[in-house]
Design a protein around this ligand. Structure first.
Ligand code: 5GP
Length: 187
């Protein structure tokens, strides 16, 4: 069966690290590269971290109905999962793992139902999130505040996910999530 794993979390909750860990540990998984209209960060690569589009390119793809789901996650910053990306991964006989915001995660779960495992990663506290975002050094103070406001909203939706993992201790969180994913794959 074609399967899809959704990992959602507020920005700074450790999601990217956990997704990389899972891909490293479970060879059946392949990362679904999202499209975005936000600026590329210095350490990011085109077609590895994201497909970077201009806002116009992104809107054209919306009109073409190229997205499985898309969101204006932050004002004027669009993010979306391309249908072709999931087809590409399933064509490789792999299981897609997508890193999306909470609304995107809930929408994908609603669409794929039993084919989909949705996992929410909780930060231990909003204070920890703030520290992590500041340490990352890629965001302005304003951007950090926007992300923190959104985090509160996202945390309130965590009950809509199949599983919730608290990332207090990264190693433990990684092990817990690996267990859940492995069980889902072998089902
Ligand atoms: P960042 O700018 O930090 O890379 O990502 C910001 C937020 O956008 C994160 O919560 C991330 O999970 C989310 N995101 C990334 N790709 C997608 C996508 O394809 N769809 C949706 N809905 N959100 C995404």
């Amino acid at each position: 069966m074609n399967k899809i794993i959704v990992i959602s979390a507020p920005s700074g909750a450790g999601k990217t690290t956990i997704v990389h860990y899972l891909i490293d540990q479970i060879p059946d998984l392949e990362f679904s590269i999202s499209a975005t209209s936000r600026q590329r960060r210095e350490n990011e690569k085109e077609a590895k971290d994201y497909y970077f589009f201009t806002t116009n390119e992104f809107k054209a793809k919306i009109n073409e109905k190229a997205f499985l789901e898309w969101e204006e996650v932050y004002k004027n910053q669009f993010y979306g999962t391309l249908k072709l990306e999931i087809d590409r991964i399933w064509g490789n006989n792999k299981i897609a793992i997508v890193d999306v915001d909470v609304i995107g995660g809930i929408n994908i779960k609603d669409f794929y139902l039993d084919k989909c495992l949705s996992v929410f990663i909780m930060p231990p506290s909003v204070e920890t999130l703030k520290k992590r975002l500041m340490k990352r050094n890629s965001e302005s103070e304003k951007s950090i505040q926007i992300r923190l406001d959104k985090a509160q909203e996202e945390i309130s939706r965590n009950q809509d996910f199949d599983a919730i993992i608290i990332n207090e201790n990264l190693e433990l969180a990684c092990r817990q999530i690996k267990d859940i994913v492995t069980k889902f794959i072998s089902k």
